[in-house]
Ligand binder design. Structure first.
Ligand SMILES: [Zn+2]
Length: 101
């Protein structure tokens, strides 16, 4: 499955199951993506200087591409999609409603 940066995807597995978000980074090598605002975990940082407190920051963890689905705004659900050419541009479209994604 080809997922690109900026795509809206739906999480199909895990604690964020059913949530949708925007892809902010794709890691093809590890077949995973970073989705904005999803799959957070809390990370404790060490104090940089003495006397400072450590912070708790939220970090997005990559999600396996197999655990997400490309979301079709028209169908309002994750869908299977294909590719077609429109004005010499490769466009992905929803196999269900035929709208470009
Ligand atoms: Zn659709």
């Amino acid at each position: 499955m080809k997922i690109k940066k900026g795509d809206t995807v739906k999480i199909l597995k895990g604690k964020d199951n059913g949530k949708t978000g925007k892809v902010i980074k794709v890691d093809y090598k590890n077949e995973s993506v970073l989705v904005e605002g999803l799959n957070f975990y809390k990370k404790h940082t060490r104090p940089k200087r003495q006397g400072e407190k450590g912070e708790i920051i939220q970090v997005s963890r990559p999600i396996k591409i197999s655990n997400i689905g490309l979301f079709c705004a028209y169908c309002n659900q994750p869908v299977r999609f294909g590719c077609r050419f429109e004005k010499d541009q490769k466009v992905r479209f929803c196999l269900k409603c035929k709208n470009a994604i």
